[in-house]
Design a protein. Structure first.
Length: 322
């Protein structure tokens, strides 16, 4: 399955990549959906929080969020509701420290952390006695999904994977977010990372806590070099980026996998997108010229807004299911 042109058509009134990126955050309504909650204890003494619909006797879809995302992210509950209405069981995985409670250990989560994902998958398989049908990841979560699928190869215990707006090369994302209007996203996300770091280490007395004024880390490269890397066993940001970027794992994926991406994604460069020769035959990359970052807003006017990604995900899953 090669790189193909997406059939996504942006709304004429919101074609700008930044408007595509920001629209849902401010204007997308959140559905009312009843969810069950479960705290999963991890093998190192930490925990992850899961939220899910009724899962028994349904194809199970596991969802991973992006950097500093949560169940409150604009794409989370709408997708859960769409999956539920289409006959799928949906389980939303919070990365460490991204639910209502801070995680217990100094470490948190990062773009290449597939071990926690493996523990969630093992728990779901053991509890519901079946293969997970699909795993869906957005942004950072999409990078984790693709890396994990590549690591697992033919042994991946899922039927299919989907990744949306993936930072395939983490160093590229760091560079792009230092440029022009994209610095607004960097400032917002780094502010949340700073706040979480200070909140956690106020409560922890740990020799792993880097002793520095975190507010002085004004770029993702600086934050990853001084915080993310040492807390997660990397020698620095370059080592973290080199080991954790998903682009190098795409050729090893052996489960049918859909990647949805826009060339104008303001979180990375157009040349960040992998080329045909880097994709395994199991990977289909659907590339649109516009769509922003986890945007893909269509519709003929603001009162008739369409959120294309949800429909495309259901369409892909239905095609695999049949």
């Amino acid at each position: 399955m090669p790189i193909i042109k997406s059939d996504f058509k942006p709304a004429w009134w919101i074609a700008n990549p930044h408007l595509q990126t920001l629209w849902s955050t401010f204007f997308r309504p959140k559905p009312n959906i009843a969810l069950q909650h479960h705290r999963l204890e991890l093998d190192d003494g930490d925990f992850l929080d899961l939220a899910h619909t009724q899962l028994e006797n349904k194809p199970l879809v596991l969802i991973l969020h992006g950097l500093e995302g949560s169940l409150d992210s604009h794409y989370a509950e709408p997708l859960i509701k769409a999956l539920d209405e289409a006959g799928y069981g949906a389980c939303f995985m919070h990365f460490r420290g991204c639910s209502t409670d801070m995680n217990r250990l100094p470490r948190g989560y990062h773009s290449g952390d597939t071990h926690d994902l493996e523990q969630v998958i093992h728990y779901l398989q053991t509890t519901y006695d079946d293969l997970i049908f699909a795993i869906v990841g957005f942004s950072l979560g999409g990078n984790v999904v693709l890396k994990w699928l590549g690591e697992q190869g033919a042994a991946a215990p899922v039927i299919t994977g989907i990744a949306v707006s993936v930072p395939f090369v983490l160093s590229h994302a760091g560079e792009r977010l230092e440029k022009s209007f994209s610095r607004v996203y960097q400032k917002h996300l780094l502010s949340r990372c700073h706040d979480k770091y200070r909140q956690k280490f106020r409560a922890l007395e740990s020799p792993l806590a880097p002793n520095l004024a975190v507010k002085k880390l004004n770029t993702f490269y600086q934050f990853d070099d001084k915080i993310t890397a040492p807390l997660h066993g990397f020698s620095g940001a370059d080592d973290y980026y080199a080991q954790s970027s998903s682009r190098q794992f795409l050729q090893h994926i052996r489960r049918p996998t859909l990647i949805i991406h826009a060339r104008d994604d303001p979180f990375m460069w157009p040349h960040t997108v992998p080329e045909d020769g880097e994709l395994s035959p199991s990977v289909q990359l659907e590339l649109s010229e516009s769509g922003g970052h986890v945007g893909f807003i269509s519709g003929n006017h603001p009162l008739n807004t369409k959120y294309w990604v949800d429909n495309r995900i259901i369409e892909w899953l239905d095609g695999i299911r049949t």
